[in-house]
Design a protein around this ligand. Structure first.
Ligand code: ARG
Length: 591
C-alpha cells in the first residue's frame, strides 16, 4: 500500500508511477518504471515519458513526451511522500519529496532506529571464507571472509533467514600424505597431541616425500582410502591435523569479528555416495577414460564435471554436487550464495547448470549466486606477495595494519589525548576497518591494489574518513552542554525543522538508506553501501559548514543550541552506525 512506510522510497515511487502509467495509458500498463535519484532538480527523476510516447506512436496515438509526462503527473495517486512533481526538459518528471514526510521519517528514525526495508523473505545459505586445511589462508580467502560476513549482515538486517557456512577444504587426497607423514614424525600421536607448530612446513615436507618416494606415495594413497572408509585411527590423525589449522583460522576470525559455522567438505562424505547413486540412476553419468563425468546440459557443451575419478575417488565437483543437493533438499534453502574468487566461475556455472539438469535446482523456486571477486594486487601491480616473494600471512597483514594505524594516531597526537583503552579501540577500528573497507568499497569484480598508505588516507572514500566523521558527529551533542542521550524524550518538546537547503540535502540523503540496502541486496554488491556512507559524510560536512548547531560568543561560551540540528546530527549517526555494522566497521566515539 502507498501508506506502507517500510517500502524504500524508490519502491514506493515505483508503485505510484506504475499506477499512473496504468491509469493514463492502460494499453501500456506493463511498462517497467524508470527511476533514478537526481542530483540537481528534485530528489528523484522518472524517465518513462520518452519511450512511452514512442510506443504510443506505434499504436497510432501521437503525443509529445512532455504531454505524456503531464498526463502521468495528473494520474499519480496522492502519496504522503511526494511534495511536488514537475515536467522538465524533453519529458523528464522531477520528483520532489514532501518535507513533512522527511520530518516524520527522521523523527521515526530517532525514536526507533533504522527499520529494515520490506523485501520478500528467503532462506539463504552463504558459503564464504572456506580456506583449506594445511594450506595457507591467503588474501583470496580474506576477501571471501570480509565480503561474505558483510553479505550475511546485510541479508540478516533485511530479515532473511541466513545460514553462514564455512565450506572448509578438510577432505581430499592431500590428507593421505599428511596422515602418513604424521605417523612417521609422531608415532605416538594417538596418545599425545603432536606439536605441529607450522602446518605449512609440515605440508611441504610431506609433499616432498610424496613426490620423491614411491613407497610413501603408496602409503599415502592407502591412508586416504582408510580415512574415507572411516578407520578410527585415520580419523583421529585427520582431526589432529585439522585442529592445527582450525586454531589459526579462529584467531583471524576473532580479530575480524567473523561469525561462520564450519561445515567442511568432509561433512558431505556420505552424501557424495548418495548423490553419485542418484546421478547414476538418472543416467546423468557417462564413462570417459575410466572416469565418470557429468555434462552440465544435454547438448554436451561446456566442461563436464568429474564425479568419480578412475580410482573410484571423489572430487571437488562431487562435493559441490552433494553440497548443493543438501542445501536445497535438506536445508530447504531457496537462495544459495557462494562467495568465491572469480577463478572458479566456470566451476560454479557448471555446478548450477548440472544441478538444474538433474532436477535438484528449480530455477522458478531457487536462486544461486556465485558472488565472485577479483584478485588482490601488490603496489607493483602484480599478485600480492611479501618482499621475498612468499604469500602474505594474514596474521602478519593484520599486525602490520595495527602497527600502521598506531603510527598514524600517534602522529596526530591522539596518544596524548585518549586513554590507553580508547587508543587501543581506535587503533583496532582503524586497522581492521581500513582493511575491510578497502575490500568492500571497490566493485568486487575488479582486482584491487593493497596499499596501507591509501587505506589510511583520511580524505576521500576511506574508512578513516568515515570513522573520523562519525566521531566528529558524536562530539557535537556531547559538546552542547546538554543531555542528548534520550532522543524520544527530547522529541516530546523539540520539533525537527528543515528550512536550510543543506538540512534538506542531508535529510534526503539519509532517506536513501532503504533504497541503497535494497539495491545492495539485489546483486550482492556492497560498494553501493560504501558510496552511500561517503555521500552521507559529505552531505554532513556541507550541512555542518553552513548550519550552526551550537553558537558560541567570543569568549567561547555557548549562547545558543539548535536542538533540531543536533537531532539531525544524531540521525546521521544512527544511519552511519547501521551501515558501519553491515560493513564491519567499529563506530568509535573518540578517536
Ligand atoms: N576451499 C575452496 C578454495 O579454497 C573454496 C570453497 C568454496 N565453496 C564451495 N562450495 N566450493 O578454493
Amino acid at each position: 500500500s502507498l501508506n506502507d512506510d517500510s517500502l524504500s522510497i524508490i519502491e514506493h515511487l515505483r508503485s505510484v508511477l506504475a499506477i499512473a502509467i496504468t491509469t493514463a495509458f492502460p494499453q501500456l500498463s506493463h511498462t517497467p518504471v524508470l527511476l533514478t535519484p537526481s542530483i540537481k532538480f528534485g530528489d528523484y527523476q522518472c524517465n518513462n515519458a520518452m519511450a512511452l510516447a514512442k510506443k504510443l506512436k506505434d499504436i497510432g496515438i501521437g503525443k509529445s513526451p512532455r504531454d505524456v509526462a503531464t498526463e502521468l503527473i495528473n494520474s499519480c495517486p496522492v502519496s504522503p511522500r511526494i511534495g511536488k512533481l514537475e515536467v522538465a526538459g524533453p519529458g523528464f518528471i522531477n520528483i520532489f519529496l514532501n518535507k513533512d514526510y522527511g520530518v516524520r521519517a527522521i523523527t521515526d528514525l530517532l525514536r526507533n532506529g533504522v527499520k529494515p526495508p520490506k523485501v520478500p523473505k528467503k532462506r539463504v545459505l552463504v558459503d564464504f571464507s572456506s580456506p583449506n586445511i594445511a594450506k595457507q589462508m591467503h588474501v583470496g580467502h580474506l576477501r571471501s571472509t570480509i565480503i561474505g560476513e558483510s553479505i550475511c549482515r546485510l541479508l540478516e538486517f533485511l530479515q532473511h533467514d541466513v545460514i553462514r557456512i564455512n565450506h572448509l577444504g578438510d577432505w581430499g587426497t592431500q590428507f593421505g600424505m599428511l596422515i602418513a607423514h604424521l605417523e612417521d614424525r609422531f608415532p605416538n600421536f594417538l596418545n599425545e597431541s603432536p606439536p605441529i607448530g607450522d602446518l605449512q612446513a609440515f605440508y611441504k615436507e610431506s609433499k616432498k616425500r610424496f613426490d620423491e618416494d614411491e613407497v610413501f606415495k603408496k602409503r599415502a594413497y592407502n591412508a586416504v582410502v582408510a580415512l574415507q572408509g572411516g578407520d578410527p585411527n585415520s580419523i583421529k590423525a585427520w582431526q589432529l591435523i585439522c585442529d592445527v589449522s582450525r586454531k589459526e583460522f579462529k584467531t583471524i576470525y576473532d580479530r575480524l569479528e567473523i561469525n561462520v559455522k564450519e561445515r567442511g567438505e568432509s561433512f558431505y562424505q556420505s552424501r557424495m555416495l548418495t548423490v553419485v547413486d542418484f546421478l547414476r540412476k538418472q543416467n546423468m553419468l557417462e564413462v570417459d577414460d575410466g572416469r565418470e563425468i557429468m555434462w552440465p546440459d544435454e547438448s554436451k557443451t561446456g566442461i563436464p564435471l568429474t564425479i568419480v575419478k578412475s580410482d573410484g575417488g571423489f572430487t571437488y565437483d562431487t562435493s559441490d554436487m552433494a553440497a548443493i543437493r543438501h542445501r536445497i533438499e535438506e536445508e530447504l534453502c531457496d537462495w544459495l550464495v557462494y562467495v568465491v574468487d572469480s577463478g572458479q566461475s566456470t566451476h560454479f556455472a557448471t555446478i548450477f547448470k548440472a544441478a538444474k539438469r538433474c532436477g535438484i535446482f528449480q530455477p522458478k523456486v531457487h536462486r544461486a549466486d556465485h558472488v565472485q571477486f577479483g584478485v588482490v594486487l601488490g603496489e607493483d601491480g602484480k599478485k600480492f606477495k611479501t618482499r621475498s616473494g612468499d604469500t602474505v600471512k594474514l596474521a602478519d597483514l593484520l599486525d602490520e595494519g595495527m602497527k600502521r594505524s598506531l603510527e598514524q594516531l600517534r602522529s596526530r597526537g591522539r596518544d596524548q589525548v585518549l586513554t590507553p583503552q580508547e587508543l587501543l579501540d581506535a587503533q583496532e577500528a582503524v586497522a581492521y576497518g581500513c582493511i575491510k573497507y578497502t575490500d568492500l568499497c571497490h566493485n568486487r569484480i575488479s582486482d584491487y591494489v593493497f596499499s596501507f598508505d591509501k587505506m589510511l588516507d583520511d580524505r576521500g572514500n576511506t574508512a578513516v574518513y568515515l570513522l573520523y566523521t562519525y566521531t566528529r558527529i558524536c562530539s557535537i551533542a556531547r559538546n552542547s552542554g546538554e543531555d542528548f542521550s534520550n532522543l524520544s524524550k527530547i522529541l516530546e518538546t523539540i520539533d525537527i525543522t528543515l528550512t536550510h537547503d543543506k538540512e534538506w540535502k542531508l535529510v534526503s540523503t539519509l532517506l536513501k538508506l532503504h533504497d541503497v540496502l535494497v539495491k545492495c541486496s539485489r546483486d550482492l554488491f556492497l560498494h553501493f553501501l560504501c558510496e552511500f556512507c561517503y555521500e552521507v559524510c559529505t552531505a554532513f560536512a556541507e550541512f555542518y559548514d553552513s548550519c550552526y548547531c551550537i553558537e558560541k560568543n567570543k569568549a567561547g561560551q555557548i549562547v545558543k543550541v539548535n536542538h533540531s540540528r543536533i537531532l539531525l546530527c544524531e540521525a546521521t549517526a544512527i544511519v552511519l552506525r547501521q551501515c558501519f555494522y553491515i560493513l564491519g566497521l567499529k563506530p568509535i566515539t573518540k578517536i
